[in-house]
Every structure is written in structure tokens, then in C-alpha cells.
Design a binder for this molecule. Sequence first.
Ligand code: ADP
Length: 698
Amino acid sequence: MLLSSFFEITARKQAEEALHRQRMRYETLVNSVDGVVWVANATTLEVEFMSKQIETLSGYSRERFLHDPMLWTSLIHPDDHERAAATRVEAVEQGRNGFQQEYRMIAADGRFLWVRDIVTLAQSDDQWIMSGLSINITEAKEAQMAEEEQRRLAEGLRSTTATISSTLNLDEVLDRILEQLQLVIPSDSADIMLIEGRAGRLVRSRGYKGRRDMGGDIIDFLFPIFDMPTFQMMMSTGKPLIVGDVTISADWVEFGRTSWIQSTVGAPIHLEGHTIGFLNLTSDTKYAFNKEQASVLQAFADQVAIALRNAHLYQQVTQYADDLQTQVTQRTSELELERQRISAILDSTGDGIVYTEDATIRYVNQTVSEQTGYSVEELIDQPVLLINKGGLESHSGKTALDHLIQRVRNEGIWRGENEIQRKDGSIFYASLTVSRIGTPDSTPLRAVSTVRDISKEKILQQQQSNLVAYASHELRTPITNLKTRLYLLRRRPEHLEQHLNVLDEVTERMKRLVEDLLDISRLERGVIPLHTRPLSLNLHLQQIVDVQKPEADRKGLSLLYEESAMPIFVQADPERLAQVITNLLTNAINYTPAGGIVRLVVEEDPAASEVAIHVQDTGIGIAPEHIAHIFQPFYRVISHVSGTGLGLSIARQIVELHDGELSVSSTPGEGSTFTIRLALIEPPVNSEDGIFYRDVQA
Ligand code: ADP
């Protein structure tokens, strides 16, 4: 029994020793692992075992962990705390056999450590037991973070550079730089400040995390930077500056709504050797920025400088372009004004003006369009041959034009008369002056032509030469007559009395003829001045009728006057109007056989605002083939009635000088009606004072 218990004791001792040795070996093994080996309850977190390394890792004694189950979790960084707990609880709930996780831990000396847990889960007696290995991975983690940081920074700078070259809108570039900056160095607000004189102007600013008070609304805010040591320092050193805790910094000057700021970092913006501004970041926590971030910030500040320089260059270029644009606009409007002036002048001239290049029309003024019936547009770029049909000389058309062009090229100018064809095919005669622009050998041959319509002058010329022929003819008859009488007188002086009567008659006729001729020529030359006045027609015409009455009586004719019901006024020369009416009445009396009726009728047409004065007779009338000619000088249908053949021609000219119209309608054998149409005028206000009656009597 004793022996057996001795053996038993010995055996137990031996077993205990073996166990102890084994345990020591395990402990040595566990403690030599580069990590903390531990065993703990997954629910209560009570620590069953923990290797010595925990002391190196955390700085706390192993015993504290063994006694305080909550110590470990309390050391986990607050930001990682929740996640770490959730991973463990989830693994237990799902009955997994293990899990891994990484988190930050705060060591006894305040350092942050990155820890990785590799945990095995096993159930024993309804309890979940964790066996774990915790490794300090701080170095690897920091290297990885640094690498990520580098990558973010490189990416940030790369996209900043891309932004700068992709847009020249400065505000946009600066905003993008701030955006990129926020990704690389998180902050609560960021701003770009540029130096203006003795102040710093916030040109761009952003607030984050609801820091709106540092956001866009304080753009353009001015800071007295020369009184703020932080800015002074950056200016003098040219280097970034960190204020880790503004509350204890003597350099920090609180300004405006910046009381929330706890720490800040700024970097000067250099351009061409000067500090022109600052890139600033702020945070509402102390020591938010480190040295590395400050140098990153400087890199961004350098990008801002590039952006500003680009923008400045761009502004200079755009300013230059704007100036040019303004000058061009100004010059264009001056030229346009000049062009309008010249074209107004050219259009207002009575002569047509044509500019040609190698006989192709490049410009015509309005007058050419009026002369030819073509619109200006229809003539541009057309050959000048379209309208210029060549000379009045023997050759015409193209040959004449070639001849003309040759002369213009060689001699510089050509003057002459050409036929111009209108759009409707009709022709008018034009006096042309074609002047060369430039030298004889310049190509194309450029020339300016003035076109004067001389058709009227041509007709007038024709009329004048006709008139001279008629007048000489008409004068020759009485002169021959005179000579015959003088011859007879010399032969038979005793018949003096009889010859004197004829001589009287003949000289009287010559006098009339000469007077009429004078009238015609004066009227044609426009030298007969009209003395027009407001004239009361009824009374005026009555007086003329009264004068003609005895002649009508003598010929056995009734002369009737039908005046208008209401007084009628016209603007007329009383004497000249009397001359016309007298002429028409005399003709009517002359060409109406005895027993006939001559009527003077005044008819008002208020709608047309005119008056018609009709001289009607029941005489011999005028055949249609003569009607067109009776207003021409010396045209007479019958010669047995005495007359010069000039009366109607003079009458029509006088009426036309009054802006009126003289027309005739006639039926041979029944009679003729000559009608004068004149514009009505308002009765003058002072018609009662007798002025017009006096005029009439004049
Ligand atoms: P004259 O001195 O011959 O009358 P006018 O110029 O007054 O010259 O008239 C031209 C011609 O018109 C006259 O010769 C005549 O043949 C014709 N004539 C003018 N008035 C009348 C009339 N009332 N009736 C018929 N023929 C007329």
C-alpha cells in the first residue's frame, strides 16, 4: 500500500515534472514567437493565457490583461473599435472556426500600432474559446499607406496638371486643384489667396464637412496679410508653414469667422521669383497636418502658380484678340459708313455710274437701274454688252465695244455717244465717259463709266432744227408778200391806201409770228417766269369770256360760260392762264361755223382735288390722225383760217408749267373739246380782303 502509494507519488511527481517541462518548452516556444499568443473566452473576453510579448507590443504588463478582460478592447483605436468587435461577434454567431482582422491599437506611450489578429475558434463546454496570434504589422501597414499616399498624390498632381492644360478658365482650374487637393490632404477648408497690394484676396475657397463659413460665400474676402505673421513668414522663407495648434501659437491671428480653426497649413505660391499668394488648408482638429503633407501642399501651390501664369498669358492673348476685334469692328463700321456715304452720293447723282472689270459690270448706281429697268442685282457680274449696244457710229455691238475698250486702255479715257438697251429691249441714247483706273497694262482693265441719258436732248435738238426750218418758211411767206407789195407800190403809187392795208396786215402777222416764236423759245428755255398766286377761277374766266364776246357775236356764234357753283381756287399765273384760255376760245371761234356754240365750262372734281376747264365747240372737229400733232409748233390742219400754228404748242407748255394737263377730244364735223386740268387749292384765308380780285384785274 505504502509502496504502491510511494510509486504512485513518484509516478505522479514524474508526470508533473514532465508536464512542467513540457509547459516550459511550450512557454519558451510561445514566447519566442514574434507575436502575442493568447487564449480567451470569445464572449466574456476573460484571458486564459497570454504570452509575454504583449508587454513589448502594448507596454502594459501581462498581468493587467489577465486580470482585466476589457483592457485589450479599450486599447483599440476608437475608429476601429466597433468594426473589431463586430467581426468577433459575427464569427461566433456563425459558428466559424476562425477569423482574421486588422486594427489600430494605442500603446501605453500613446503610439498607434497596427495589429493583425489570427484567431481560431473552438467550442468547449458551451463556451466559445478563442486561440489567437496578434502580430504587430505597423511597419508594413505604414509602408503600404505611404505607398497609397504617394499614389494618391501622384494621381492628384497628374489630374491637376491635366486640368491646367485642358481648360484655360482660371476659376475652373483653381476649383479643380482644390478638389484634387482634398483627395490627397483631407482638410475642413481649403482656399487660394492672392496678394493684392497690402492685402490677400480669397479668390477661391471651399469648405468641407459643412464648413460653409469657409466656403464659396467668402470669396473676394480681403485679409490684412502684412499684419499676419503666418503669411509674413511664408513670404520671407518661401516655404510652407504648419500651425499645429492655433490656440497656443503666438503667430496665429484670428480673422473673421475662423474661430473654429484648430490647425492649419499653408504654402506660398511663387511666380517669377515673387510670392503672389498662398494655398491654405485648415482643420477643426489640432495637429491635423504633417510635414509630408506640407511639402505636398507646396507641390500643389506650384501647380496653382502654373495655372495662374497660363491664365495670365491667356488673358493677355484674349485681351489682344479683343483689342484686335474692337479695332476691326470699329474700322469695319467706319468703312461701312464711308461706303454708305459714297453709295448715297453715287445714287443721288442724275448720271448713271458703272464700274467694270474687263467689261464685266461690278457696280452700278441706282440711276443705271432707273435708266435701264434692270435691278442693280441683275446687272452685277453681267457683261457690259448686255446694256451697251455700241456706238452711234457705223459699227455697233461687240466691235464697237472692243474699239472703246482699246481706246480706254491706251488713252485712259473715252467720250462719246452710245446706244443703251433697256431690259424691255427699247434703246436710249447716252453720252458716255469711260475712264480707266490704273495703268494701261493693269489686269483686269478697270474702268468707271458715267452714263447720261441724252434722248430728251436729242428730241429737243430735232425739234429745234424743225422749228428753225418752219419759222424760216413761215417768215418767208410774209416777207415775199411785203416785197411784192413794195414792188407794186413803186409801180402804182396811186394805190397806196390799198397796199398800206395789206402791208399793215402782213406786218401785224409777222409781229404775231415773231412774238409767238419768242414765247416758244422762252418757254423751252424756261426763261418765262410764272408769277403764280391763289386765283379765284370764276371771276377770272368771266373777264376773259367778256373780252371774246364781241368776236363771237361778229361770227354769229353763241359764247356761253358755265361757272362752278362754288368759288374755286387754283395756284396760277393769271396772265399766262388768260393767254391759254384766250387761245383756246379763239381757236374754237375760228374753227366753228356761224350758228354754232362755244362753251367755257368749269367743273370741279373734289375727289381728285382738281378742276377741269373745258372749251367746247360745235365746229369742224379734228380728224384722229391730226390729233397727235396739233400741239407741235407750226402744225396746222387747214390753212385758210389765219393762224401761226404755234398757239396750242404755247398753251400746252404754259399749262405744263403749272403742273397741269392740256388734252383734246374731238369728233370731226361735230366739234372739239379742249380740257385744262389744274390742281385745286384751299380757299385762301384772306380771300375776303380783295387781294385776289386785284390780281385778277392786274
Ligand atoms: P393756229 O394758229 O393754226 O390755230 P394752233 O396751234 O392754235 O394754231 O392750232 C393748231 C391747229 O389745230 C390748227 O391749225 C387747227 O387745224 C387745229 N385746231 C385747233 N383748235 C381747233 C378747234 N377748236 N377745232 C378744230 N381744229 C382746231
